[in-house]
Design a binder for this molecule. Structure first.
Ligand SMILES: *Cc1c(COP(=O)(O)O)cnc(C)c1O
Length: 394
């Protein structure tokens, strides 16, 4: 049986697409597929498809080593991993979260019947501002979730200090930040727990998947129970739980992709340097700087269109689309502008001026193993032409 990839409709104003295959943001990084098929055959031979199988356990050990963290608990996806981490760390009442993030950060809180409280970001780093978080504290505050957005570390110092002062748990949504570092230390052991997504579009993927990592052994035990209905033996359930187990086939994908991860990160950093040089000559478009490129997986190439630019961010996205570059407006319009939060908190905007501005300006450009120097040059030319400059293409 062959299954064809769906064809994208040809764009009506697509005058000069520079490639038949559209360039996507978040096109999956995939390692050695032959080796993957061998691992898959082993799964069929063993007839162990799920339930904490040998590949899941092996991937957990390898991730613990790679991140230098005591416990990695693999999960079915990043969202359920967030939900389990929120319950396992004992968050309650109001949980402070940024609005400038993928909506799952807020949804996980709300899904559990807790109250997400949106706090503003630092406009330079796009991550939760500890000062803004402090301004949203009430007597009901029972947790903080920082997000290591774009593969860059959140303000773990400021957020951690606020959480210890209030004596509440803190977790970091590290969905973007597998293999990134903060001041020489791999993300994975900050806060009470850190939560990863291994969704297909993320830097490191297991088709779908996620993990919670922590150095707290009791918390790790709870996480393991909770992802498997609370079972601690064949007939013994000792805790409330759900089903968040990763399958063996997903773990096989993880093991394969982990082998190629150094190549993935090198390509992203190379691409980032190329983008840096191309964007150094483009007016009105500021590439978000990565403070230490050696510390970032560089999975997100983020450009801010300046307010004085002769074209809007949306014009740029349309022009890119016409050239078959499927850039994204992440995270527009901000989680607080999506339902149910938009109806629940109609005035949330007042607290979120930086979120609003940044969400209106950002365009995320493709990178990863399917993007190279030629594509980056051409993307630069689209910006040059949009802003009325000659561009390098004739
Ligand atoms: C992708 C993502 C999630 C959700 O992870 P899934 O594995 O897709 O459930 C949560 N938070 C952020 C910031 C994400 O980007």
């Amino acid at each position: 049986m062959t299954i064809e990839a769906p064809r994208l409709p040809q764009d009506i104003w697509s005058t000069e697409p520079f490639s038949d295959t559209p360039l996507h943001v978040g096109r999956p990084n995939v390692g050695d597929t032959e080796a993957f098929l061998e691992l898959a055959q082993g799964i069929f031979d063993r007839r162990i498809l799920s339930n904490n199988g040998p590949l899941v356990r092996e991937l957990e050990r390898q991730i613990e080593r790679r991140l230098g963290v005591d416990h990695c608990v693999l999960m079915a996806n990043g969202t359920v991993a967030l939900e389990i981490a929120i319950v396992a760390t004992g968050m309650r009442g109001e949980v402070i979260v940024p609005s400038y993030t993928f909506v799952a950060t807020a949804h996980a809180v709300r899904w559990l019947g807790l109250t997400p409280v949106f706090a503003d970001i630092d406009p330079e780093t796009h991550t939760l501002s500890a000062d803004a978080a402090r301004r949203r504290v009430t007597r009901a505050t029972g947790g903080i979730i920082g997000v290591h957005l774009w593969g860059q570390g959140a303000d773990v110092g400021g957020i951690g200090a606020l959480a210890s002062e209030l004596n509440i748990p803190v977790i970091y949504d590290a969905a973007h930040s597998f293999d990134s570092m903060i001041s020489g230390k791999k993300i994975g052991a900050f806060g009470n727990a850190e939560v990863f997504s291994f969704h297909a579009t993320k830097f490191f993927n297991t088709f779908e998947g996620g993990a919670v990592t922590t150095n707290d052994p009791q918390l790790a035990d709870r996480l393991r129970l909770m992802r498997n209905f609370g079972f601690d033996g064949e007939d013994s359930v000792i805790h409330l739980g759900t089903n968040a187990k990763m399958t063996e086939i997903c773990a096989a994908m993880g093991l394969i992709n982990l082998q190629s991860i150094d190549a993935f990160v090198m390509r992203n950093r190379e691409n980032y340097r190329l983008y840096e040089s191309v964007f150094s000559t483009i007016p009105f478009a500021k590439l978000l700087s990565i403070a230490e490129l050696d510390e970032s997986n560089a999975q997100y190439v983020v450009v801010e269109i300046q307010p004085e630019a002769p074209r809007t961010r949306d014009d740029i996205v349309t022009a890119l689309r016409a050239a078959n570059v499927l850039a994204r407006r992440y995270f527009w319009p901000g989680a607080h502008q999506m339902e149910p939060y938009r109806s629940l908190y109609p005035t949330a905007d007042q607290h979120l001026p930086n979120t609003r501005e940044v969400a209106d300006r950002v365009v995320v450009l493709p990178t990863g193993t399917s993007v190279g120097a030629a594509e980056i040059q051409l993307i630069g030319d689209v910006f040059q032409r949009a802003f009325g400059m000659p561009g390098n293409r004739t």
